[in-house]
Design a protein. Structure first.
Length: 193
């Protein structure tokens, strides 16, 4: 459920990029941020470790227009991918209106993808959300790797049914905007005025 600011006539939705470490969550946000006009985006905030890995989160606000006389804003977040930051990942997911799950297409990271997705499901359940109907898009990132995992394989392995999924090479921007457009449309469509 979005945060509604009546006096400013603003709806604020929270979108979270979730996935295993180094899968490309921050790369997605950086690409989106750089692609937008200054008037539509706020400053990007990144809390990183010395080796450039996300420590707590990345964040920026994105203004996308109006619906029914209300300005629409998406607060875009990433979570740290490392399992030892589970408390941070869980906290950042609280209040989310939708999730982009960024899977790493490298076959060697198959188990990390599955573990991260299961962790996301558990976290959503802990906040009273049903992960089976929660707005989720899967992005299979790093499709330029050698012998990438099959598109749709995570959904099949975890019995997720049909979810929107995209192939991406986030470092080149391939599939990045399509992913976020699909999730943002689904979130707005599900919201009832």
């Amino acid at each position: 459920m979005p945060h509604i600011i009546f006096h400013d006539r603003e709806l604020v939705f929270k979108l979270v990029y979730f996935g295993p470490g180094m899968s490309g969550k921050t790369t997605n946000l950086v690409y989106i941020h750089r692609s937008l006009a200054n008037v539509n985006r706020g400053e990007m905030i990144s809390l990183k470790t010395a080796n450039e890995r996300t420590l707590f989160f990345d964040f920026f606000p994105l203004e996308v227009g109006e619906i029914g006389g209300f300005k629409i804003r998406f607060n875009m977040y990433t979570v740290p991918g490392q399992v030892y930051y589970e408390a941070s990942r869980r906290l950042i997911l609280d209040g989310a209106d939708g999730v982009v799950f960024v899977a790493d297409s490298q076959p060697a990271l198959w188990e990390e993808n599955l573990q991260s997705y299961r962790g996301m499901q558990e976290n959503l359940r802990s906040y009273g959300q049903n992960p089976d109907v929660f707005p989720t898009v899967i992005q299979y990132n790093k499709r330029d790797c050698e012998e990438p995992i099959a598109l749709g394989s995570i959904e099949r392995e975890l019995g997720l049914g049909e979810l929107p999924c995209f192939e991406a090479v986030a470092t080149e921007g391939q599939g990045v905007m399509e992913t976020i457009r699909t999730l943002s449309r689904e979130i707005i469509h599900r919201f009832k005025f």
